[in-house]
Design a binder for this molecule. Sequence first.
Ligand code: SIN
Length: 284
Amino acid sequence: MSIEFRPITEVIGAEAIGVDLSRPLDDETFSALHQAWLDHTVLLFRGQDISVERQKTFSLRLGTSLDIHIQTDYLLDDHPEVLVLSNLKTDDGKPVGTKDGGRHWHSDLYWKDIPAKASLLYGRECPPVKGDTLFINMGAVYEALPEETKRRIDGKKVLISRVRSWPIDYPHRPPLTEAEKANLPDVVHPLVRTHPETGRKCLYIGNEASAWIVGMDDDEGKALIDELMDFARQPRFGYAHKWQAGDALLWDNRSTMHCATPYDEINHRRLMYRTTIMDGIHPA
Ligand code: SIN
């Protein structure tokens, strides 16, 4: 199989040409793809026709396990490793997936002690306009920070509290129950993490709405998060993916943040399958 990786921008994203994810990949192709993914942080595969089994098998090859999401209502029947993102409903009116997930800048499973390594999002049905997924290369962001900012954030830690941020993230959803809260303890991560495979330093916020800074009062910490996010959101670090049915996007949660965007949920259909890849490596 002759493959090519065509950069999407100078700092983020590449399209993998000549890769058919519906078939097993030989070691040479997989290793080229893996390296291109590390280099570009987001890989796009267009025109794919991937079964659920293939999506799971390919995803698992990139890590040690697949996450089973805590939003159990939105897992695919018989395939709990697949999280469904969708505005569609079953014939009896039950949502088939989460329709408003990920609308803040975040990395997947940011609330976990060991967050996700990677995510593969496969677009089965996509709205003709809007519903883009936005990405930022957080390694490029860190490198471009003023030296004074790098000194200021050196050694700082980010505190992630899904419990505190739930009403901000999901104002239209019911509050968390005490049992759910007990399953979501606060976690702390370095604000600057070293990517375990590339050695690149990457800014880590987790989720812009859920992040506080250890040792700073709330206002001061939020001001620092806002300052860093304002810097990170500059278009020069980012990529907005416009979905077509058959697109598969593989992103590195250790070196990117992403953000889902709204679309016309009344008139258009969106059905996406996400596998979330874990590696058991504690961020450092
Ligand atoms: C996600 O945050 O994983 C979902 C992104 C999207 O639905 O565009």
